[in-house]
Design a protein. Structure first.
Length: 100
């Protein structure tokens, strides 16, 4: 299984970017997202930035990943899914079908 990780750009040469997440640095291709600037956040799959993230979305992804680890270790995790509490799950727009 591949999991996308939110990473922060710390330098870029146009074709690749050096990105960091929790003290791990990785050089990633930026071919799919174009030019990136220092401080931009990107979602990285297998050493390729696949899309840009806003800071809130990056935090939610990090929280979800931390929540999965906490659940597997038997620790409390509900607080890491605060955006999902007290609401029904929703499909992304591209997966919704119109009902007549």
């Amino acid at each position: 299984m591949c999991v996308g990780l939110p990473m922060t750009v710390i330098s870029s040469d146009g074709a690749t970017a050096l990105c960091e997440r929790r003290a791990e640095q990785r050089r990633v291709s930026t071919a799919l997202v174009g030019e990136v600037a220092v401080g931009d956040q990107v979602l990285v799959f297998i050493d390729s930035a696949v899309r840009r993230l806003d800071p809130e979305e990056a935090r939610q992804i990090d929280d979800a990943l931390d929540g999965l680890v906490a659940a597997m270790e038997g620790r409390p995790f509900e607080h890491l899914f605060a955006d999902l509490i007290d609401r029904e799950p929703e499909l992304p727009d591209h997966l919704r079908t119109e009902r007549h």
